[in-house]
Design a protein around this ligand. Structure first.
Ligand code: 13P
Length: 253
């Protein structure tokens, strides 16, 4: 059975100024337009203040707009936070939750991540829930247990392949230029797939992205691994040409 259609997602993190974001989005839209209707689904996740301009630059293209985080509540006294409903209004169809930088730098627990994922679903967004082990967890042989625990605690129960994506991002591979071997990726993605299939009716169709130092050179190899249904790309998504190479490296399904 062919897997789900790949999704190539760019997480721009806290990079660039407004003009850079609009220019990059325009270039991504142009390259996806040139690729035609086939090929991978494409998503870009700019910083919050750039969502409007990026959405405008993407208008008329099939590139999706997403955000990098949301709050669990729909509104209230939460200074500096952004509700999933606001992201929906801003034109988003996806939101990342539980990125390891949020888990580490903002002390987000599995419970917080699950509440954010539920908020995304409530607002009609697709949640991309990120999981992944640290280097010491991998070295200690705990990768599968850590990832299984994160999935158990962070995924909303009423999700399905239409509103939930899982991103496996080993913390030690993010921004380091180091990637797991294809065998290591296959092992973790296979375990995630088994867990999703046991928990969700359409778990076999849920997309599982790989993220962590994906670049123009390694994308084809990583995207060809079983149960890798796309990529979550950080640094290499900040250049339209490398991001285009990664989009083109996705298998056609
Ligand atoms: P890099 O691709 O820069 O390693 O970042 C990965 C990531 O964190 C995407 O969410």
């Amino acid at each position: 059975m062919p897997g789900p259609k790949p999704l190539i997602a760019g997480n721009w993190k806290m990079n660039g100024r407004l003009a850079d974001a609009a220019k990059l989005a325009g270039a991504v839209a142009a390259s996806v337009r040139a690729l035609g209707p086939d090929g991978a689904d494409v998503l870009v996740c700019p910083p919050f203040p750039h969502l409007g301009a990026v959405g405008q630059a993407l208008s008329g293209s099939r590139v999706h707009l997403g955000a990098q985080d949301c709050h669990a509540e729909a509104g209230g006294a939460f200074t500096g936070d952004v509700a999933a409903e606001m992201l929906k209004d801003a034109g988003c169809s996806f939101v990342l939750v539980g990125h390891s930088e949020r888990r580490a730098l903002h002390a987000e627990t599995d419970g917080v991540v699950q509440a954010k994922a539920r908020a995304a679903l409530r607002a009609g967004l697709t949640a991309i829930v990120c999981v992944g082990e640290t280097l010491s967890e991998r070295d200690g042989g705990r990768t599968l247990a850590v990832v299984a625990g994160q999935l158990a605690g962070s995924l909303p129960d009423d999700a399905n392949a239409g509103n939930l994506v899982v991103a496996y991002e080993p913390v030690w591979a993010i921004g380091t230029g180091r990637t797991p071997t294809t065998a290591q990726v296959a092992e973790v993605h296979g375990a995630i797939r088994a867990g999703l299939s046991g928990r969700f009716k359409d778990g076999a169709k849920l997309r599982i992205l790989y993220g962590g130092s994906v670049n123009a050179l390694n994308a084809a190899e990583l995207l060809a691994v079983a149960d890798v249904d796309g990529a979550l790309v950080g640094g290499a998504s900040l250049r339209a040409d490398t991001f285009e190479t990664i989009i083109k490296a996705a298998p056609r399904r």
